[in-house]
Write a protein that binds this ligand. Structure first.
Ligand code: HEM
Ligand code: HEM
Length: 158
């Protein structure tokens, strides 16, 4: 199994931890709930990377074929879960700014904004990849995903 599975699982635990220790728990403010739902959609799509890395590294052909078949089932949803992540994160950012107002001095807001911009480019590169696939676009889509993963870790730790 790819190390990415473990990393993704640790990130999920971190997000759950931040949610249950939030001062508004268990009612939860709307902006926190929207951020968490957007995060879950992102993580679902990002797990594709862990899946692909596993397929590449598994030596057993039968397991490889099984994993490829599971992976194929997700392809029709991938673009829509990506769009759902973008929608929820735009609403999250919007409600955060509505509640607190925007400040460049707030690290969490600044990193959140960088993550949102990265997500916009990730989604654009995804649609470009779907319309006209190329090796270059594949690399860009994957690198933007990795960048977003790091920014989300940072955003949650702040
Ligand atoms: C991909 C983008 C983003 C993801 C996945 C995300 C996810 C989350 C999650 C899960 C939380 C709740 C847990 C915690 O407090 O750490 C949160 C909180 C927060 N986010 Fe985001 N976020 C993103 C973008 C943004 C943007 C664009 C902004 C601001 C403009 C922002 C500002 C905040 C703030 C201020 C909080 C703390 C709210 C509070 O404690 O009441 N985030 N985010
Ligand atoms: C949260 C947003 C997204 C994330 C984290 C994400 C992540 C990924 C990952 C990790 C892969 C596999 C990378 C590889 O080739 O090794 C992938 C493949 C792909 N993504 Fe996305 N993606 C997102 C949104 C989108 C969107 C909105 C589209 C729009 C069409 C899209 C289109 C594609 C396409 C066409 C592939 C190749 C499918 C295949 O042949 O398996 N992605 N994405």
């Amino acid at each position: 199994m790819s190390n990415w599975f473990y990393l993704n699982f640790i990130l999920l635990l971190l997000a759950i931890w931040k949610i249950i220790t939030h001062f508004s728990f268990p009612e939860l403010s709307l902006h926190v709930l929207l951020g968490f739902i957007g995060f879950l959609f992102f993580l679902f799509n990002w797990t594709r990377n862990a899946m692909f890395s596993t397929i590449r590294s598994v030596p057993d052909r039968n397991i490889k074929i099984r994993l490829v078949n599971v992976s194929k089932k997700v392809i029709p949803f991938h673009r829509w879960t990506g769009m759902a992540a973008l929608t929820f994160i735009l609403l999250h950012g919007g409600t955060v700014i509505y509640h607190y107002g925007f400040s460049f001095k707030n690290g969490k807001m600044l990193v959140g904004l960088l993550a949102m911009i990265t997500l916009v480019f990730l989604v654009i590169s995804g649609w470009m990849r779907l319309i006209k696939p190329s090796v270059k676009l594949r690399r860009i889509h994957l690198r933007l995903g990795m960048l977003l993963f790091s920014l989300v870790v940072w955003h949650l730790l702040l």
